[in-house]
Design a protein around this ligand. Structure first.
Ligand code: ZN
Ligand code: ZN
Length: 589
């Protein structure tokens, strides 16, 4: 390969760079994927100023000889794609040959590489080879990229804040670490370690390095397969959720991909276990025959189409729902271990952990994870699943606080039940059952109910008389833009009939164009349940509380109201003792 030919390509490279190398994260991505292709078991990424002044990637891979080292910067050089059909086989990582050339065209790159004997150093700046010489024989490759975008000022201006650059690099490295738990990754910025994984091929440990032990302890392992797909990975308990959907990570044959339907299905599988606008932490690996996917190869993203999508979505949904349905999902109010010696204010503790629902995004962790601790505790995690035969344990009510929370106890600890949320769950499951299995049983109204509507609403409602009849309503026209209702379904709540009828009429009028009966029923059940449920500040007798708890225990999901709020939280005896610093605790320490 002559220098002249490479120089001919400088312009083309700069153009391509615009597409491939947009941000510091794209440089990191290209270099890391090269290291993975080189069969590295250890990859270290060092940044200065979030990569704007230095990106250095060091690996212990197979390295290159002198000829390949120089060739690697040629735009069309690639050892990775042998023919067209390889483009569709996403087992191959770096399928584009132009990435290194593009990076070198807009920065100053020093490449040091060796296959174990005399190493090669190549220095390229702005696409021109500045220097090629022999260097030390450390097996592997080191890429140092400085002065990024020095000759493309527009691109340089385009860079976001250092924080944004760093967070997108962190996001990328997290994902690649999750897809390669067998590789030891280190990410450092300005001397601070942001991520360090141990490369022992333990996905849960990798999750722990990224999200911390608290989250890792609340991850459930999943495994399932059908004729075409094998899925495995970890899903978070519903109480662990985030404001963004960025923590749903899907891998196909070990490669991070994006597929909206898949993400949506994963989130939908948690429906009513958590608020729909909060997202779980999920890492799912899908193994399949590469011929079943179609990859849209855009340099900066990885969209994927599955040829048997419905089947895959079914499998994923079934697997997650089955897993969640077997768990006891009562958030435990814990005191952070580190704060043990400080005086503990009860309210404060509740606040810190109850933000389970409201906490903001977790920023990249900068402190070093504690490895000794992780290895000690890890084997215990799996055992913690399925501890209870009954999903909601037996609870004995002792009183009511603020007319809102039922205080209960059993041998394990103290529980608080939000009576509105609990009643809402019970009603919701009742209504959903009745709506999904409609009968013609109805109750005549002593005083028929007339409802006046706007002309528009009236027209829509008239079209839905059959639908309402099938639910158990007797509904007829009654003068101009009015209807009269003479009987209603048997399952409406006593005392709330008129209100609920109006809510149902309203829901029918506002039915969406692409009407989905099960979604409609689900939404209507939640609305009716909220209206029919005890308002806070209603004093229940102990008998009524017992009845409520019994009904709750019969629920399919006793742990959340239909909107995903928790119905019950617990303070274990252990946590209570810890908080009161009782003597028994000393020996536990
Ligand atoms: Zn409500
Ligand atoms: Zn609710």
């Amino acid at each position: 390969m002559s220098k002249i030919k490479i120089m001919d390509e400088i312009l083309a490279n700069k153009i391509a760079a615009g597409e491939v190398v947009e941000r510091c994260a794209s440089v990191v991505k290209e270099l890391v994927e090269n290291s993975i292709d080189a069969k590295s078991s250890e990859i270290k990424i060092e940044l200065k100023e979030a990569g704007t002044s230095l990106i250095k990637v060091t690996d212990n891979g197979i390295g290159m000889d002198k000829e390949d080292a120089i060739l690697s910067f040629n735009r069309h050089a690639t050892s990775k794609i042998k023919d067209e059909s390889d483009l569709y086989n996403i087992n191959t990582l770096g399928f584009r040959g132009e990435a290194l050339a593009s990076i070198a065209s807009v920065s100053n790159v020093i490449l040091k590489t060796s296959q174990g004997d005399v190493g090669t150093l190549v220095n390229i700046k702005g696409g021109k080879i500045v220097k090629v010489e022999n260097t030390e024989a450390r097996k592997g490759t080191i890429f140092e990229v400085t002065e990024l975008f020095y000759n493309t000022p527009a691109r340089l201006k385009h860079l976001k804040s250092l924080y944004t650059e760093l967070s997108s690099i962190t996001d990328y490295v997290n994902k690649i670490a999750l897809s390669h738990p067998e590789i030891r990754f280190t990410l450092i910025n300005n001397g601070n370690t942001i991520l360090k994984t141990d490369g022992t091929n333990n996905l849960l440990k990798t999750i722990s390095s990224i999200y911390g032990m608290d989250v890792a302890r609340k991850m459930l392992e999943i495994n399932n397969e059908d004729n075409d797909y094998i899925i495995n990975g970890y899903i978070s308990l519903p109480e662990v959720n985030r404001a963004g959907r960025n923590h749903i990570i899907t891998l196909v044959n070990g490669r991070v991909v994006r597929n909206q339907e898949l993400n949506k299905t994963i989130n939908d599988s948690y429906h009513s276990y958590k608020p729909d606008n909060r997202y779980p932490i999920v890492v799912i690996n899908i193994e399949l025959d590469p011929s079943l996917v179609d990859v849209n190869i855009h340099p900066t993203k990885m969209d994927i189409k599955f040829s048997k999508l419905e089947e895959l979505l079914d499998l994923v949904k079934k697997t997650i729902i089955n897993k969640l349905n077997k768990q006891t999902l009562i958030p435990v109010i814990e005191q952070p271990i580190n704060d043990f010696d400080e005086p503990v204010v009860l309210e404060k503790t509740i606040e810190t952990k109850i933000e389970l629902i409201d906490s903001n995004e977790v920023l990249p962790k900068t402190e070093k994870p504690k490895y000794e601790e992780i290895t000690l505790k890890f084997d215990e995690i799996k055992e913690e699943e399925a501890k209870y035969e009954e999903r909601l344990p037996l609870l004995y009510p002792v009183g009511l606080v603020h007319g809102t929370y039922i205080v209960c106890q059993n041998e394990v600890g103290m529980y608080l039940i939000d009576q509105h949320a609990a009643k809402e769950r019970i009603n919701y499951e009742l209504f959903l059952d009745r709506l999904s299995n409609p009968t013609k049983d109805k109750i005549p109204l002593l005083l028929p109910l007339t409802i006046e509507l706007s002309n528009n609403e009236y027209i829509i409602l008239k079209e839905n008389f059959d639908f309402l009849n099938s639910m158990g309503f007797d509904i007829e026209e009654f003068g101009i833009n009015s209807v009269i209702i003479k009987s209603h379904p048997i399952w409406l709540t006593k005392g709330f009939e008129d209100l609920q009828i109006k809510k149902i009429i309203e829901a029918v009028i506002n039915k969406e164009k692409n009407f989905d009966l099960s979604k409609f029923n689900d939404h209507l059940s939640a609305t009716l349940a909220c209206k029919a449920s005890i308002k806070a500040n209603t004093n229940l007798s102990i008998n009524e509380m017992e009845e409520l708890i019994n009904d709750l225990r019969k629920c399919h999901n006793p742990f959340n109201c239909p909107h995903g709020r928790p119905t019950v939280i617990t303070f274990t005896k252990y946590e209570l003792e810890k908080m009161f610093k009782r003597s028994g605790f000393e020996s536990l320490k």
